[in-house]
Ligand binder design. Structure first.
Ligand SMILES: [Zn+2]
Length: 342
């Protein structure tokens, strides 16, 4: 293999850190930390973030080929996001703290989520969607002990979920990807075609400002989401997010979706017929399932969202006027943590 150098890749680490900083400041607001140093450490399997200093595993700083030869396959894309993840701890951990082990999922999960913003902005939606598929795999594949992390317990049990029976890798397989998904789902629910991420950004700025230099609890975060939730998120009509938090934060729900569509021409123009089926859930489980269409020009746009309760189906016929659609999709951006049948 010849000699291995890690200095060439520092350019990538530095560029990603700079871009991460700008994107996170835009989404979450300022941190008190005005500079950041990226350096390498001899550990190969983790990075670590300190205020204004990030340790990267030296394995992040070798190119893909060498890394493959040295360490083998990188099945969950860990090396792709360790830099942006550690930079995000400048916000999650160093600016906003966590109160107890029950709230640690926010620090790790929000840092994973932040890394997804870097991937989307720097590398595009394909890498972004690949990332969320990797996270889903981590949650739903069985470990050596035969457990799927998502079934073992809620994210609020944190590192207590590691034990002899379920395995000592459960917490890592749970709180990072699921904590990330929880924030990703909220972002996707707050997104509108008109305003984009504005409502989500306002909520996150408020969260960082309110808990600046303080520990935040899961309930603090829930109250903050309730302050900024959109009318569409008010599935219980009581301006609370209990439905969401009970299912995904304090619970272990994982719905399955099946989706079919057909297009046709009616008297009023083109139409799109949709059928969404939700299964594998409690009778009270409810979710907003977003529907996307790919237009004739290849552009993907959000059509709206359907509310499903329990194990049930909804059918709908959407008038399209003169618009042509190539195909329709649900959960196109992995909007809902779920198994989506293909
Ligand atoms: Zn972390």
């Amino acid at each position: 293999m010849g000699s291995i150098t890690t200095t060439g890749m520092m350019k990538k680490a530095t560029a990603e850190a700079e871009l991460s900083y700008q994107i996170y400041a835009d989404y979450f607001g300022p941190t008190p930390f005005k500079r950041i140093a990226m350096t390498q450490q001899t550990a190969t399997n983790y990075g670590q973030s300190w205020p204004e200093l990030v340790y990267l595993p030296f394995s992040y700083l070798v190119d893909d080929t060498v890394r493959h030869q040295l360490f083998g396959f990188d099945p969950h894309g860990y090396f792709k996001v360790v830099g942006p993840h550690e930079v995000a701890h400048q916000w999650w951990g160093h600016t906003v703290g966590w109160n107890s082990y029950r709230d640690q999922w926010m620090s790790e999960g929000f840092s994973e989520f932040s890394a997804s913003l870097l991937l989307q902005n720097a590398y595009g939606n394909v890498r972004f969607k690949d990332f969320w598929n990797d996270e889903l795999q981590l949650l739903t594949e069985r470990n050596r002990e035969g457990f799927r992390a998502i079934d073992v317990g809620p994210v609020t049990l944190g590192y207590r979920l590691n034990n002899d029976k379920a395995g000592f890798d459960i917490s890592r397989r749970l709180i990072y990807p699921k904590g990330g998904y929880i924030l990703h789902m909220l972002r996707m629910m707050m997104y509108t075609n008109q305003a984009g991420d504005e409502a989500f950004k306002q909520a996150m700025h408020d969260f960082v400002k309110t808990y600046h230099n303080q520990p935040a609890t899961t309930e603090n975060f829930k109250a903050l989401v309730e302050k900024h939730m959109t009318p569409q998120m008010d599935l219980d009509g009581n301006h609370r997010m209990d439905w969401f938090f009970n299912q995904y934060v304090y619970g272990t729900a994982l719905p399955t979706y099946n989706f079919t569509f057909s297009t046709g021409a009616g008297t009023q123009g083109n139409t799109l017929k949709l059928k969404i089926t939700q299964s594998g859930v409690d009778p009270n489980f409810k979710m907003l399932v977003p529907v996307y269409v790919e237009l004739a020009n290849g552009k993907v746009t959000r059509l709206g969202a359907a509310m499903l309760i329990g194990n049930s189906s909804v059918e709908n016929e959407v008038p399209l006027g003169n618009n042509q659609v190539k195909r329709a999709m649900i959960n196109y951006y992995n909007d809902v943590l779920a198994i989506t049948e293909k």
